[in-house]
Design a protein around this ligand. Structure first.
Ligand SMILES: [Zn+2]
Length: 405
């Protein structure tokens, strides 16, 4: 029997991707049905359903689940779930679709046919209520709020069959992994306690330290990159992957860290997103999620440790993947090593603290970044990336603020 944490909901992984003859049949059928176009966020969520990362969900959520998730972070059934997983269309489009009808789901950017859905329900929903619940704000400057407010007014709900994983398996061939695959890797390495390290940034020494704190007490760490769309100014996944590969190769003991990527899009929902990160990491087989400072945050919408506190409201019965709460980490010149606010008694002036914004500025202007902040191999990769940017892109890079996870 597996010693890994069980998939969310207690049953087996539930990947909704069709394979073999069913896939061929599904694709044929998809050509004949009415099409509904999905945003990149919706496409990514569909793929997460497809690979079993959102186990035990069977499709996009209906009204009762939407309401219950917004109000109580639980589905109508009582199952813990922190953020609604929904599909929206305009009222005009909803008018020509019938409950009971089967539709083809198409990615709006690539025009690729991604899946099939049987419409079980169509319903109007309160966008502001969703935003206040998920993001704790309805400020249109918040990138997650913006996306929800720009969605169609009607949600379509129902079970899905997934026909494609889009560009992810090919574009990120070296790191793209499905939950069943990371579980198989952990089993093969005889790991049972694994921490996931969520990242959308290249790993600097403070991130390396977080991962190594986990390795000190658990079997290994899954360095888990988000592969879906980010906001302007964030570093693309392939650049991050190259930098992380080098870091792991040069600075980690063999077989203690694995890099993988997952096909979701950031919502920047801070604490609520940290909970979602834990839910699907449970499906990937991770017993822990490293939650550092400002996890999944953006700007200053969330307190730096809100994403840690929120886990205190969720029992281990409901969510098996537990947080590894770690304080703000940095290099301290008086400690002569990596430390955190919890372990270092010295002051700000003794610590090497660079904001993401300052670092981007230094890298794009060719300034020397101190080795206490980042490994030289990582900096080389980043310098090359910034040098390849056009001037206009660099300006945009400088305007955006960074967070850690
Ligand atoms: Zn110190």
């Amino acid at each position: 029997m597996s010693k890994l944490v069980p998939p969310h909901g207690g049953g087996p992984l539930k990947p909704l991707l069709l394979t073999g003859a069913a896939l061929a049949e599904g694709k044929r059928k998809a050509e004949t049905l009415k099409q509904v176009r999905m945003t990149s966020r919706e496409t990514c969520d569909l793929i997460m359903l497809g690979i079993g990362a959102f186990t035990p969900l069977e499709g996009f959520m209906g009204k009762a689940d939407w309401q219950s998730v917004c109000d109580t972070t639980r589905m109508a059934s009582g199952l813990f779930w922190p953020i609604p997983i929904t599909l929206s269309v305009s009222e005009t489009q909803a008018d020509v679709l019938e409950v009971g009808q089967e539709i083809t789901l198409v990615d709006d950017e690539s025009n690729e046919i991604m899946g099939l859905m049987r419409i079980q329900e169509k319903y109007a929903y309160d966008k502001q209520h969703e935003c206040r619940s998920v993001f704790q704000t309805d400020d249109m400057e918040h990138p997650g709020v913006q996306k929800v407010m720009n969605q169609g007014a009607i949600n379509l709900a129902g079970p899905v069959q997934v026909l494609s994983e889009g560009e992810f398996p090919k574009k990120y061939a070296s790191i793209y992994k499905r939950p069943a695959e990371t579980r198989a890797v952990f089993e093969q390495k005889k790991w049972s306690k694994v921490a996931a390290f969520q990242t959308r940034n290249p790993m600097h020494r403070s991130h390396e330290y977080l991962a190594k704190i986990a390795i000190e007490t658990l079997d290994g760490v899954l360095i888990h990159q988000i592969l879906g769309k980010l906001k302007a100014g964030d570093i693309p996944a392939e650049v991050r992957a190259e930098a992380i590969d080098l870091l792991v190769e040069k600075y980690f003991v063999a077989d203690t860290a694995i890099q993988a990527g997952y096909p979701m899009e950031m919502r920047y929902a801070g604490p609520k997103e940290a909970l979602l990160h834990a839910v699907f990491r449970q499906n990937y087989g991770c017993s822990h999620l490293i939650v550092g400072r400002d996890h999944a945050g953006v700007g200053d919408y969330y307190g730096p440790f809100d994403a840690q506190y929120i886990f205190d409201q969720v029992s281990e019965e409901e969510l098996k993947t537990r947080p590894l709460k770690i304080d703000w980490t940095f290099y301290c010149y008086k400690c002569h090593g990596m430390a955190s606010m919890k372990t270092c008694p010295h002051g700000k002036e003794d610590r090497q603290l660079l904001s993401g914004t300052k670092l981007r500025k230094m890298l794009s202007e060719g300034e020397t970044v101190p080795p206490e902040f980042s490994r030289p191999e990582v900096l080389e990769v980043l310098k090359r990336y910034y040098a390849s940017l056009k001037d206009g892109e660099k300006v945009e890079v400088k305007l955006h603020k960074a967070a850690t996870g």
